[in-house]
Design a protein around this ligand. Structure first.
Ligand SMILES: Nc1ncnc2c1ncn2[C@@H]1O[C@H](COP(=O)(O)OP(=O)(O)O)[C@@H](O)[C@H]1O
Ligand SMILES: [Mg+2]
Length: 492
């Protein structure tokens, strides 16, 4: 946007530096404690966020914090403010050592990054009236929720709230989708009860609100005018990226590991082209497996699987130790978990009286073998075999099992009652560091437990009859088997 074109003349001869477009205005008018803006590329998200931060800069003690995941990414935001802020507040000063704007009143807008979760200590002991996250799906829920405690008034008269922008994809895709996108229809306030226990023991219920305000490039005429090819670039991307970035589709996204995953509620009973199916009574002749991934401050995961005569796995029951906050563990001791496993196995009609083979996270056996988690569970007569931790082999097994045959039948089905599996496994993304493996900062405990069970029941890759259509191979250089192999590796 050129300065001249962006600057319009407002009343009394003042030049208007920036005015919100209708969608941005809808976002900036919201009253909720938290709001997410965007859901696709190019909707004027970052512009709206940096301008929102200015709302209270006339109040001397006001402090705003604007976050991006890494520092280099922040540069783009800072450039925006270097363009806009001085034109509105000629006496505002930017300190590029500290990355802080200081306004004539004394108010501050501070830029920060949080490349690693441990970087949150940079914000410890600070209070920010306004907190803005740009590209929220680059953050984990832990990082976002830590900042809740920093969102406090610096003095009387400020409004305290948080605003974010995001498009689909990234380590935080799963939790952002759940918190803002699927929690309610767009533009609908979600109310959450928060119970506060006071030192004298009485409890008070407070309410917190949040909302999703969608926008896409189609809501940004300024961009369409200045860069008409932007939309062409988005439209020519591979399908997953195109759907996500152009239309804000949160069901497929770039970086997703298990792109084969399908959850089609219309097919829960005929079980075609869906992994999720309706529960049923497992025949007595099928064998039963139980997998464990241990966690204490992170969730633990216990999953029960039935194996049919074709070696197909059915995840029939789960026990997931999560507090309700994504990726937060319930901190239960191993003996208690073991007792609960036994209780479930005694009561679930599909598990009662069955011989169950168990396999667990090899890390549950400490080197001395005495007080290890495995040993504590054994005292409760719950025995786990040591799982095979080979990560890439395990991941390939999961891919082989998720692949559909010509009839639309996979080798892994999941009962629709296994809510946490359905929530977490499809949201896993690739690691930036180890490009063939998943990003272990995600909520991967159920996936790990599934991996141990798959490695005990390995299957061969299933050959596909037709190569995936997007592959261009005019000289027919690739052999059929390679399609299976390559298709499962990361696609850029
Ligand atoms: N209200 C507005 N007025 C003029 N230009 C705008 C406005 N909002 C966004 N733009 C321009 O549109 C482009 C994309 O906006 P940006 O906020 O960076 O999008 P996003 O963060 O959604 O990808 C930028 O050049 C930006 O300056
Ligand atoms: Mg942006």
């Amino acid at each position: 946007m050129s300065r001249e074109r962006g600057a319009r003349t407002a009343g009394r001869g003042r030049r208007e530096v920036w005015s919100p477009q209708p969608r941005q205005e809808a976002f900036m008018r919201r009253f909720e404690d938290e709001a997410l803006y965007g859901g696709a590329a190019g909707g004027g998200k970052s512009d709206a966020l940096v301008c929102e931060a200015l709302r209270q800069v006339h109040i001397p003690h006001y402090k705003a914090l604007i976050l991006r995941k890494t520092f280099p990414q922040l540069a783009e935001l800072i450039d925006k403010t270097l363009n806009y802020y001085p034109r509105v507040f000629p006496r505002a000063r930017y300190n590029d050592q500290k990355h802080v704007w200081r306004f004539p009143s004394g108010a501050k807008v501070i830029f920060g990054s949080m490349q690693y979760t441990k970087d949150r200590i940079k914000y410890q002991g600070q209070a920010y009236d306004f907190i803005g996250f740009d590209e929220l799906t680059h953050f984990t829920y832990d990082e976002y929720s830590y900042l809740f405690s920093r969102n406090r008034p610096n003095g009387p008269g400020t409004r305290v709230y948080m605003r974010s922008t995001a498009h689909p994809g990234g380590i935080g895709h799963g939790w952002v989708k759940e918190r803002f996108i699927t929690a309610a229809k767009p533009m609908t306030t979600v109310w959450e009860n928060v119970d506060i226990v006071f030192p004298d023991g009485h409890t008070e219920r407070r309410r917190k609100s949040r909302i999703f305000v969608p926008s896409s490039v189609f809501d940004n005429p300024a961009l369409l005018r200045n860069d008409p090819d932007y939309i062409t670039r988005l439209a020519s991307m591979p399908e997953a990226e195109r759907k996500a970035l152009l239309y804000g589709d949160w069901d497929t996204f770039s970086g997703q590991v298990f792109t084969e995953w399908r959850n089609d509620s219309e097919r829960y009973t005929d079980r075609v082209n869906t992994h999720v199916i309706s529960p049923f009574r497992v025949p007595d002749s099928w064998s039963i497996w139980c997998g464990l991934d241990w966690g204490y401050s992170r969730p633990f995961s216990v999953g029960w699987y039935a194996v049919d005569h074709e070696r197909r796995l059915y995840r029939i029951r789960e026990y997931y130790g999560c507090t309700g906050t994504p990726n937060q563990g319930v901190k239960m001791d191993p003996a208690e978990v073991a007792r609960e496993i036994k209780r479930i196995e005694a009561e679930d009609p599909n598990l009662k009286g069955r011989r169950i083979s168990r396999v667990g996270d090899p890390a549950i056996w400490g080197s001395d073998g005495t007080e290890s988690i495995g040993a504590l569970m054994e005292r409760e007569r719950v025995y786990f075999g040591k799982g095979d931790h080979a990560r890439i082999d395990g991941k390939m097994q999961v891919h082989h099992r998720l692949a559909f045959d010509e009839g639309g039948v996979p080798m892994l089905y999941v009962f629709s009652t296994c809510k946490h599996f359905i929530r977490t496994v499809p949201s896993l993304v690739y690691s930036e560091k180890d490009v063939e493996d998943i990003d272990t900062d995600g909520e991967d405990h159920i996936y790990d437990e599934l991996r141990y069970v798959c490695m005990e029941n390995p299957i061969a890759p299933r050959l596909r009859k037709t190569p995936p259509p997007e592959m261009y191979d005019p000289l027919d250089l690739r052999m059929e088997q390679q399609y299976d192999r390559y298709d499962f590796y990361r696609r850029y």
